[in-house]
Design a protein. Structure first.
Length: 193
């Protein structure tokens, strides 16, 4: 098995491409070792002691190194963990019941109270995020999550390699904000959640 690596705009993150599907649908971010307890793979990567974020995309895994960590030393460790995981065909998540898992509703996941009269604008925003923004952000090893719209302001959250990336503010303000303003004139600003 061969796993490619790619740099990302975030110098602390690397994108690992195992040449196979990682997540069937959606994405999953682990921002701490405690959050990674649901995934043996994410837990093993955190167990290196040099990782602060693990992100599973459709066909990639982004890993963010702790400040001061040298990728020259960490990269072979992560590659070894990934190879062992995929060659052994181990599960991505610990099997069990979903009884204790709480999935927030759309309303709980938004930062602002949305109005019914904004439904068409919100639909346009989400369509653009899904078709134009999300593929580009995934190319950089991350994802973007819609967190709400009200009074011309769109709230978005960057995930994976894009979370904490030095260029994420520029991506939000100059790239995504410009795109949304162009196609949805009601949008006046994009804010990081």
């Amino acid at each position: 098995m061969f796993i490619e690596t790619e740099t990302t705009p975030n110098p602390a993150s690397l994108k690992f491409l195992p040449q196979r599907e990682v997540m069937g649908q959606g994405t999953r971010e682990f921002a701490s070792p405690e959050a990674a307890e649901a995934s043996p793979l994410a837990q093993a990567i955190f167990d290196t002691g040099e990782v602060v974020n693990v992100f599973f995309g459709n066909d990639f895994i982004s890993v963010t190194a702790a400040p001061g960590t040298n990728w020259t030393d960490l990269k072979p460790q992560v590659l070894s963990i990934l190879l062992d995981h995929f060659v052994s065909e181990a599960p991505l998540f610990i099997p069990g019941s979903a009884g204790g898992i709480s999935v927030p509703t759309e309303e709980e996941d938004t930062l602002v109270e949305e109005r019914d009269e904004d439904a068409d604008i919100i639909a346009q925003i989400n369509e653009l995020l899904e078709t134009r923004v999300r593929p580009a952000v995934a190319g950089d090893g991350g994802d973007i999550q819609y967190r709400g719209y009200r009074d011309g302001i769109v709230h978005l959250q960057m995930q994976g390699a894009c979370s904490g990336c030095p260029s994420s503010t520029a991506t939000l303000k100059h790239g995504i904000e410009g795109l949304l303003k162009h196609y949805v004139p009601e949008v006046v600003e994009v804010r990081a959640a």
